[in-house]
Design a protein. Structure first.
Length: 505
């Protein structure tokens, strides 16, 4: 046990500039917990928002406990302090003035996501960045491996018939559709379905996640005593597994997974471009970066998410032309064309054929959501209607359909929810993050290691890709994506060796 603690302390000394043998015993243990929380965060970042939140909370509590016992509070100031404070104040004002304060005020907890930036900047050394970056990439690759395996084996069960009297007879499901999850548990046979239903109390509403032409079909089912007693609970016949689905890693959200894969693929792209540009780069390092980039790109392509794939390809071309040599650009542009062609092929084989012509229901619904949001902005230009307040007035405010969601556009959603000044502060915030990463790359690319310059370039690319995708996706409203993006940017900030004002009180 003592040997394990000693090794952990040595690792902590490498990763953390704050801790050390001079701290009191309780502070040293709290410092170990900070390190453990950061490692757990890197492990869970590509997979679980719950695990990320637990890890982040663990870091914050241990950080406060360590500095309180030591009576020295370490807090790093960052380049985003001012835009973040302005954005946060406007967000709070919007929630207080919301048309639905009961809905908007609880949404303020989303501002706590930015704590990861200060946890990393205040507690991590430049040498610790490599370890967390490696853990993040390996963990992401584990999810990619699972996605590829699931694509080969197949998912769920294909409905072959729906019998008369089935509780699903009046739903939107039909033979050929796929049921793959019930009550957030994956199923692959009717036996799996029966076990899940029998565990539920009578009167419970079950969410059945099904697929039609590769896209989700929401179905809800009320559990009854009769349903629980039937051998064939759903009254359907099913056979085989489907390979016509959009991969989602260990989660069930393919769009979230697509955004995560875009960030990790662009991070790998930055590392690859830095390796290709370096004069003394090792071949196995370049080959490794190429393999990692290829795997993350393939996972992104298999999500069949049009907007994210398009933003990814556009960003790859942009950063390769700006940051790479002419030779690199000549290699990357055809590679992007190949990836784009594969994406179209997978999309046509996974989703409805109309998806390639943007004539599907998904496109028309998004346009309707955005149009309704744009109509609301002039009525509440300063502080918006309040975060998610539109969900209580869906029909009244002219949103189409019965499925209550968001506008599918980050700029429109922010302007509608929080007002135009808040949107301006958000743009200031993101622009600052991009400038910091890009300037760090320009300053370190010639005299620093490949991983440092590659991380900074990949971070700048990730922010650009995130911003382009946000035009038609409300990705800023997805905590998993925002936390991963902020974590990567914080790692880049620490690794750049630019002066961070770590105040000690």
């Amino acid at each position: 046990m003592n040997n394990l603690v000693t090794k952990f302390d040595r690792l902590s000394a490498v990763m953390n500039e704050v801790g050390g043998p001079g701290l009191p015993v309780l502070s040293r243990w709290a410092d170990r917990v900070v390190l453990l929380g950061l490692v757990l965060f890197a492990l869970s970042a590509p997979h679980s928002i719950a695990a990320m939140n637990i890890s982040l909370g663990l870091c914050v509590v241990a950080w406060a406990a360590r500095d309180s016992v030591a009576r020295r509070f370490h807090f790093a100031r960052t380049p985003i302090d001012r835009p973040l404070v302005c954005f946060a104040l406007l967000t709070v004002a919007s929630a207080l003035l919301s048309t639905e304060r009961g809905i908007s005020l609880p949404k303020l907890k989303g501002l706590t996501l930015f704590a990861i930036v200060y946890v990393v900047a205040s507690n991590l050394s430049g040498r610790g960045v490599r370890l967390l970056l490696g853990i993040l990439i390996v963990s992401g690759l584990a999810g990619v491996g699972y996605s590829l395996l699931e694509k080969i084996v197949g998912r769920g069960m294909i409905i072959t018939a729906i019998r008369a009297g089935s509780p699903l007879a009046g739903s939107n499901l039909q033979p050929g559709d796929v049921i793959w999850m019930i009550a957030k548990h994956r199923v692959s046979s009717l036996e799996d379905v029966g076990k899940i239903i029998r565990r539920q109390p009578a009167g419970q509403q079950l969410e059945i996640e099904a697929l039609h032409d590769g896209d989700p079909v929401p179905v809800n089912l009320i559990v009854t005593d009769e349903l629980k007693s039937k051998p064939g609970s759903l009254g359907i016949s099913a056979s085989g597994h489907s390979r016509r689905f959009r991969v989602s890693g260990f989660s069930r959200q393919f769009l979230t997974y697509a955004e995560q894969m875009q960030l990790l693929a662009l991070l790998a792209c930055g590392l690859l471009l830095a390796s290709l540009k370096a004069e003394h780069s090792r071949r196995f390092l370049t080959a490794g970066c190429l393999v990692i980039f290829t795997l993350f790109s393939l996972a992104l392509v298999l999500t069949s998410s049009r907007a994210v794939i398009a933003s990814f390809l556009l960003t790859v071309v942009i950063i390769s032309i700006i940051a790479g040599s002419r030779r690199v650009a000549l290699l990357v542009v055809p590679a992007a064309a190949v990836i784009g062609s594969l994406a179209i092929w997978f999309m046509l084989s996974t989703r409805a054929q109309s998806v390639a012509q943007f004539g599907d229901d998904s496109t028309s619904r998004r346009i309707g959501y955005m149009s309704a949001g744009l109509r609301l902005i002039p009525r509440h230009p300063l502080f918006g209607v309040g975060m998610d307040a539109h969900k209580a007035h869906w029909k009244e405010w002219g949103f189409p359909g019965d499925y209550v969601t968001h506008t599918h556009s980050t700029p429109i959603q922010l302007a509608m929810d929080r007002g135009l000044p808040a949107l301006g502060c958000y743009m200031w915030l993101v622009t600052t993050m991009i400038i910091v990463a890009w300037r760090g790359y320009r300053l370190t690319s010639l005299d620093e290691s490949v991983d440092t310059s590659g991380l900074l370039l990949g971070t700048a690319g990730g922010l650009v890709g995130f911003s382009i995708s946000s035009l038609v996706n409300y990705n800023f409203g997805d905590s998993e994506i925002v936390l991963l993006l902020l974590f990567i940017w914080a790692l880049a900030l620490v690794s750049s060796h630019k002066k961070i004002d770590k105040q000690v009180c």
